[in-house]
Design a protein around this ligand. Sequence first.
Ligand code: LP5
Ligand code: MN
Length: 248
Amino acid sequence: MPKPILFASDLHLSDADPATTAAFLAFLHTQVQTASALYLLGDIFEYWIGDDDQNALNGQIAGELRALAKNGVSIFLMHGNRDFLLGPQYAAAAGATLLDDPFILNAFGHKLILSHGDVLCTDDTAYQQFRATVRQPAWQRTFLARPLAERRAEVERIRAASELAKKDKASDIMDVNPHSVANLFVQHTGADLIHGHTHRPARHQHDLAQGTRQRWVLPDWYGGEGGYLQLDETGLSFVGINTNATWR
Ligand code: LP5
Ligand code: MN
C-alpha cells in the first residue's frame, strides 16, 4: 500500500510553548515515520527573524526534519505570515524543499491547492497592506542586514501592534473571503484546497459553476493540541493531536 501524505500548519513553535514542541516531536516520531511526505503549510514557527538566528529550538527542529528526510520522508515547507523570512539556508539544514504559495499537488487521484491562507483574507486590508510591504525582496534584504537583536526588537513591536489591531477587527474580516477562494478554485480546474492561518479547522464545501470543491482548514497547535490531514487511498481525513477530533 502506498504510504500516506501528511499536512499540518500553524504549529507556532517557540521556546515559550514547550507543550507544542513536545506534541510536534511526538508526531514526527510516530505518524510521520510511516508517511511518504510531510507538508508544513506555514507558521511552523511563532516568528522567524532570519536563518542566522541559530537558537537551540531551530537547530533541534532542523535536525529532526533532516533525520526524517534521510529516512525517505520528503519534507516540504511553505511560508506563513510569521515565518516568511525562513530561507534556503534553513530549508537545506532541514533537508526540506521550500514551496511557493499556492502549490499544486497531484496525489492519490486528487488535485490539491496548498496554501498558508493569509493571501485569501482579502477583507483584512490593513494586513494585506502590511504583507505587501514585508514581502518585498528589497525590504527583506534591508531587514535581514540589521543586527539580530534589532530585528528581534522590531518583531516584538510588530507583534504587539498586530495583537492590538486584531482587537478592533471583526472576526469575519480575519477569515478567508469567499470570492478570493472562488477565484483560486477557478484558476485550478478540479482542485480542492488545503490551508491554515485562520485556526478554524473545518471542511467547507464551495459550490461553483464548474462543480463543488472542498476547502480543508487546518488547526493551530498552540498548547500542544492540534492535528493534521492525511491523504491516502481512502482520500483526506483529519486526525487530532491530543484531542479526539477526527473528521473527513
Ligand atoms: O499572526 P496572527 O494570526 O496573530 O495575525 C495575522 C496578522 N498579523 C501578522 C503579524 C504577525 O503576527 C507578527 C509578525 C511576525 C514576524 C515577522 C517576521 C519579520 C518581519 C519584520 C517586520 C519589520 O501577520 C494580522 C491579521 C491576522 O493574521 C488575521 O488574518 O489580522 O494582521 C495585522 O494585525 C496587521 C495590522 O493590521 C497592521 C500592521 C501592524 C504592524 C505595524 C508595524 C509597522 C511596521 C512597518 C513595516 C512595514
Ligand atoms: Mn498564519
